[in-house]
Design a protein around this ligand. Structure first.
Ligand SMILES: [Zn+2]
Length: 374
């Protein structure tokens, strides 16, 4: 699954930019070139503003990268591994493979981002004052007038107490320290985050009805934050809810299988049209031979369906297509998410097919557990 373009590695952390990022890069460049710079420096030529717009946008995105790298480096120092940073439409995101194990690490990791933005704001402000002070013409310092402000705004915005923003993470770490209960702390931080998101959307809405179209940004960011607050809390519940459940406990042991001798014509009539699944496991007795998919059948000319058998067209069984019955259920869920499939075959230690597990089974279990706990 490719969501963006890999730029390379810094300190062993992979840097990726999402495709949505190109959109925001173009927006920022246009805003600077045709909006902000012409207004602030009416004496600049268009060419100067285009160059300044591009230069400033690049520095802006390097600022975002610097912010994310600060989080990641502090995380790695605290033994929380960060493997990838993705820059996307609303900034950046460092991908954590695990949640921090103690509130002190979380606090340090979260605060590193806003501090790095504050640091950049100070550097850009000093550069601006220095270049202005030694009497250079405005194109030399124009970028920095905007960059110090935007980095200051980034620091302040990120400090808002809406989980999973940095401020929300700081807030959660403090709650966690006092209550000693990560679940409860996350719940409160997530609710606060949702509240903050609604506040932003409300402000955006007020801007819109008073004729300021910039309000749409508050609504978009608010909506995005709301989604993040909800999903990050759900993810945590998921991990905890599935903590010691194995695939064996939630799988269905009745699986519709086919024999390798069945012809494609019979397969279509008796299985695909009847059950409407997209694929069937092919088994010989107990032995799982592979999977036959509708896609495989479509590759074969219809005239041959009477003579070709399932055994002749099956795909080799890829490891990602199945799980062992003793695997943790959370692994199965991760596998389905990363392979973008809704179900997995379950095999025992001798690779005999014993069942099938679907995403719906897992979601059902989590809901049930949630209801029992509440
Ligand atoms: Zn941050």
């Amino acid at each position: 699954m490719l969501n963006g373009i890999r730029l390379g590695k810094i300190f062993g952390i992979e840097i990726e930019i999402s495709y949505s990022w190109f959109f925001i890069f173009a927006m920022v460049t246009i805003l600077l070139t045709f909006g902000i710079f012409p207004e602030q420096f009416p004496n600049h030529s268009l060419l100067v503003n285009i160059i300044l717009g591009l230069f400033t946008s690049v520095l802006f995105f390097l600022s975002l990268l610097f912010h994310e790298l600060s989080h990641s480096l502090v995380a790695n120092l605290n033994k929380i591994s960060i493997t990838k940073i993705t820059l996307f439409i609303f900034g950046g995101m460092a991908q954590m493979s695990e949640e921090p194990k103690d509130p002190a690490s979380e606090l340090k990791m979260a605060i590193a981002g806003p501090l790095s933005s504050l640091f950049l704001a100070l550097i850009f402000y000093l550069l601006y004052k220095l270049l202005l002070g030694i009497g250079l013409p405005s194109p030399y310092y124009a970028s920095f007038t905007w960059l110090w402000e935007i980095n200051l705004m980034l620091a302040i915005f990120n400090l808002a107490p809406g989980f999973p923003l940095d401020g929300g993470r700081v807030f959660r770490a403090v709650l966690w320290m006092f209550t000693n209960d990560m679940d409860k702390a996350t719940k409160v931080a997530s609710k606060t985050g949702q509240g903050f998101a609604f506040l932003l959307m409300g402000v955006g809405f007020l801007f819109m009805i008073s004729g300021n179209l910039g309000g749409i940004w508050f609504i978009l960011i608010g909506w995005f934050l709301y989604q993040s607050a909800v999903t990050s809390y759900q993810q945590l519940l998921l991990q905890h809810g599935l903590a010691d459940v194995t695939v064996n406990e939630i799988m269905t042991d009745k699986v519709e299988t086919v024999s390798p001798e069945i012809t494609l014509q019979d397969l279509v009539n008796e299985k695909f049209l009847k059950f409407r699944f997209g694929r069937f496991p092919v088994v010989d007795g107990d032995n799982l031979l592979g999977i036959v998919t509708l896609h495989d059948i479509k590759e074969i000319p219809k005239a041959k369906w009477e003579s070709v058998t399932a055994g002749q067209v099956i795909e080799g069984l890829d490891e990602p297509m199945y799980v062992k019955r003793d695997d943790p259920a959370v692994n199965a869920l991760m596998k389905m998410a990363s392979e973008e499939i809704g179900h997995l075959l379950v095999v025992d230690s001798e690779n005999h097919l014993v069942g099938i597990v679907t995403r719906a089974d897992i979601i059902h279990l989590i809901k049930l557990k949630g209801e029992l706990r509440a």
